[in-house]
Design a protein around this ligand. Structure first.
Ligand code: ADP
Ligand code: MG
Length: 253
């Protein structure tokens, strides 16, 4: 693959006595979707927030686009897109007003309509944030990561709590963003999502990376050990039935 855009070396985070991130190292390549997978409490959000410069690290090295976080955190902030806390979305403002507000904070000029189009919300341009469905709120929040035209965006469990159609819709949006050349780091505890979306994944458990590779390679490695699924796998699952019956279209208005 191409050049390394994020490089993390021996990263640690202690919250008081509690060692939440225990020396993790990984590289992210430009243009890929890189997944941090793991159960709740594994240290995924802590790791993201340290790279995002939002949480101080205890030790280790973080480089983003050739910039050392210890020396120029401000330069890193300019190059990355972070999902803003939805609590900061003034509920009484409509989507266009919110985008213009955030663009002002970033000192950027943004075509709000074009951005809303990109996340399939152009029809909601004059609707207040609080009136959106869960999936629409997530799509809008992803739109806000793109305002400063970042090289890398960070998505922390973007599909948690969404229904199957809204999840698929978001997967498509994430792939579309990748097509524009943006690198994406995503956390999830849904393995189906990771398998579909991620070029490479790191499996994090208990503050450590226990495996890192493409989903295919990780699966092949497991099969090579002689692993076989106990039950014969059906050709479809209940989620397929649900999607088949209720349709693939966006149904979240
Ligand atoms: P994940 O995102 O993988 O679910 P987190 O990074 O949020 O995991 O948390 C990793 C561990 O660190 C958890 O055990 C969590 O309880 C702990 N933790 C997270 N934030 C804090 C904090 N501000 N103070 C103390 N412990 C924290
Ligand atoms: Mg988390």
């Amino acid at each position: 693959m191409s050049k390394v855009i994020i490089s993390v070396k021996d990263l640690h985070k202690k919250y008081g006595d509690f060692h939440a991130v225990k020396g993790i190292s990984f590289d992210v390549y430009e243009g890929e979707i890189f997944g941090l997978l793991g159960p709740n409490g594994a240290g995924k959000s802590t790791t993201l927030e340290m790279i995002e410069t939002l949480r101080p690290k205890t030790s280790g090295t973080i480089m983003v686009d050739g910039i050392n976080l210890d020396n120029q955190p401000q330069q890193i902030k300019q190059r990355i897109g972070v999902q803003l806390q939805t609590s900061g979305f003034y509920p009484g403002l409509n989507l266009t007003e919110l985008i213009n507000l955030f663009a002002g904070l970033y000192n950027e000029k943004v075509d709000a309509n074009k951005l809303l189009q990109q996340v399939n919300l152009e029809e909601k341009a004059h609707v207040e944030f609080k009136k959106l469905s869960g999936g629409q709120k997530q799509r809008f929040s992803i739109a806000t990561t793109l305002i400063n035209k970042p090289k890398v965006i960070f998505l922390d469990e973007p599909t948690t709590g969404l229904d199957p159609q809204a999840r698929r819709n978001l997967w498509q949006l994430i792939k579309d963003i990748q097509q524009t050349g943006t690198t994406i780091i995503i956390t999830t505890h849904y393995m189906d999502e990771a398998e579909i979306l991620c070029n490479r994944v790191a499996i994090v458990d208990n503050g450590k990376i226990i495996a890192i590779d493409t989903p295919d390679k990780l699966i092949d490695n497991l099969v090579d050990t002689g692993f076989e699924k106990v039950k014969e796998v059906k050709k479809a699952n209940l989620e397929d039935v649900f999607i088949h019956l209720t349709g693939h279209s966006i149904r979240e208005a």
